[in-house]
Design a protein around this ligand. Structure first.
Ligand SMILES: [Fe+2]
Length: 191
């Protein structure tokens, strides 16, 4: 069984950057709920799970992806804060980090083990992709609409839709990790 302590340990340095205690607790609670609903039993399982079924992830796992996207989005925010004379919009760090940690939490429901060492899309995933299932988990936990936007609109569901700035940054960090793998699989990544 995956415990609160497990999630706190996995994401310790990112969770430490969330100042609002209630948001931090909800992030952990939502991860636990996702693990429970998706029937993920151990941290080792999470660290084996590919972060997407859409391309060969070359061993990049779901936890590595979640942390990398969160840190990547934070770095994009930091660069703008540091090098713009005047930032044209406010960036909410709590929302950015919580959104980064939760953007793919719906994949705990969307992806399942196929019983022969591989992974497949679950029935839940066929009914609703992870941005939808993740947004539902976040809304059920009582997170605000803006945080729900970071999950609901971080992928293609958000294309051309209104987004908070934190969603934009998470989206870019997400696709900066996803696109090179797709290109690699199509021999389009020049190396
Ligand atoms: Fe992602």
């Amino acid at each position: 069984m995956i415990t609160k302590n497990d999630i706190e340990k996995l994401f310790s340095s990112q969770l430490a950057k969330i100042k609002n205690q209630e948001i931090k607790e909800k992030v952990i609670e939502i991860w636990l709920k996702g693990c429970e609903k998706g029937n993920w039993q151990s941290v080792a399982e999470l660290e084996k799970m590919p972060f997407t079924l859409l391309t060969d992830t070359k061993g990049v796992n779901f936890i590595e992806h979640t942390i990398t996207v969160t840190e990547g989005a934070l770095a994009l925010a930091e660069a703008q804060k540091k090098y713009y004379n005047k930032l044209p919009y406010a960036i909410n760090t709590d929302r950015l980090v919580a959104g980064g940690l939760l953007h793919d939490v719906g994949k705990l429901l969307e992806i399942e083990k196929d019983g022969s060492g591989s992974y497949r899309k679950s029935r839940n995933g066929m009914c609703a992709r992870h941005p939808i299932s993740g947004a539902i988990l976040a809304a059920e936990a009582g997170l605000d609409d803006e945080l729900v936007n970071t999950i609901a609109c971080h992928a293609k569901e958000g294309d051309g839709r209104p987004q908070v700035i934190e969603t934009v940054l998470i989206h870019q960090a997400d696709f900066a990790t996803f696109n090179p793998l797709v290109m690699l699989s199509k021999s389009q990544l020049i190396q």
